[in-house]
Design a protein around this ligand. Structure first.
Ligand code: SF4
Ligand code: SF4
Length: 379
């Protein structure tokens, strides 16, 4: 057992020093961009995740090294320190997002400690951030002094299916489904905004309507506020990774059903558009009926999301922050220039270029002239 109380997965942690920048935006550009400005923060290189999900797009990157090949997992030791340096130089800070490429609470003590140190840095500067995870070990964050009253955090837990056997096959080393749901319940009961990501829904395998409805009902019951889904897309390598995993389980027939559910579109294998639209419209209606809001992760435009949300994460506390004279940050807006700038003629962030600058440039966030602006815009 490790000191987080879960069975240790035998991966040796290999320390690395990150040489480049920590905070970076999604690489997607306008006009197809849907995501708001984000400050992505990675604790490890892409693919260095011991959950070993067979659908993981980050594992599909050409440069990803898979931990199971060497029984080693590489992680950065200097993220908290680099983040401190970068936040000291910034006058605007988009909502920080840990992490879009690996799980920051995978069961490796070194990575968990590094994530907790990074969290303390973010809290010291009072920036907005959220964590996307498949791990119940995110509960460790509740032990940080002052965390339970921190106003600028929300949690996204991926729960790709309610069927734990399907989870075991797709994502063998991740936290069992019932523990993920219990973790969401715990955070919601402590007053945190919580999001369930039913993502990815793999057509031909995990798109059973009854199972998804059970998940939605469970989410609504435990206090989840927002649902994000996607039916994902595969390249040839991703589809092959899924095939390899299912073949090992003797599930060739299931793989054939998945393969037949995806068709080539813009160089990817995707659920055909009409089916995708029907799926999301139906799920949005059910989600809203249960009192939650809904958004589609990237694969359809914002007209398929709930109209009441001000950014695609759904959260009311995902902020673009501006630094005050005291050196910490205060909210300016929800950072979603595409969807809802509070004043397009005179954006209160003082950086109108952010409306079209996707991804943002570092110098836009560092402008010294802005640091004298008084931030009294949001409570
Ligand atoms: S938890 Fe996320 S990053 Fe880790 S293997 Fe699964 S999909 Fe990839
Ligand atoms: S004030 Fe407007 S332009 Fe500036 S970050 Fe917010 S939404 Fe974008």
């Amino acid at each position: 057992m490790n000191n987080c109380g879960v069975k240790r997965v035998m991966f040796k942690a290999i320390p690395l020093i990150l040489q480049g920048r920590v905070i970076h935006d999604f690489s997607y550009r306008l006009p197809r961009r849907k995501c708001p400005h984000m400050g992505l923060v990675n604790m490890t290189p892409a693919g260095q995740c011991t959950h070993l999900c067979s659908y993981c797009y980050a594992r599909g990157y050409r440069w990803s090294v898979h931990p199971e090949k060497t029984n080693e997992v590489r992680y950065y030791t200097n993220i908290a320190q680099k983040l401190d340096e970068e936040l000291s130089q910034m006058s605007l800070c988009p909502p920080l997002y840990l992490s879009a490429t690996t799980d920051v609470f995978q069961p490796v003590d070194e990575i968990i400690q590094s994530t907790l140190a990074t969290t303390k840095t973010m809290m010291r500067f009072r920036v907005a951030f959220h964590i996307v995870t498949r791990s119940k070990l995110v509960r460790k964050i509740l032990e940080i002094p002052g965390f339970t009253s921190y106003p600028y955090f929300f949690l996204e837990m991926s729960v790709e299916t309610i069927d734990d056997e399907k989870r075991r096959i797709l994502s063998p080393n991740s936290t069992p489904i019932k523990d993920r749901i219990e973790t969401l319940r715990l955070f919601a009961s402590r007053g945190f905004y919580t999001v369930m990501r039913i993502d990815p829904v793999i057509f031909g395998y995990s798109n059973n309507q009854n199972e998804i409805m059970q998940l939605l009902e469970e989410a609504s019951k435990i206090g989840v506020k927002h649902i994000i889904t996607s039916t994902t897309r595969f390249d040839a390598q991703g589809m092959q990774a899924l095939r390899d995993r299912l073949s090992k389980e003797g599930m060739e027939k299931e793989f054939q059903r998945i393969k037949e559910s995806y068709a080539r579109e813009e160089g990817w294998l995707k659920v055909p558009r009409k089916k995708r639209e029907e799926f999301h419209l139906n799920l949005k209606a059910e989600t809203e009926r249960l009192g939650m809001t809904y958004s589609v992760c990237i694969e359809l435009d914002k007209s398929f999301d709930s109209t009441s949300i001000s950014n695609c994460e759904g959260s009311p506390n995902s902020y673009m922050m501006m630094k005050t004279k005291e050196g910490f940050f205060k909210p300016v807006c929800n950072a979603d220039c595409i969807r809802s700038c509070p004043n397009r003629k005179a954006p209160p962030c003082g950086a109108p270029q952010l409306e079209v600058q996707y991804p943002y440039e570092l110098k836009t966030l560092q402008s010294r002239a802005r640091s004298s602006i008084q931030v009294e815009l949001c409570p």
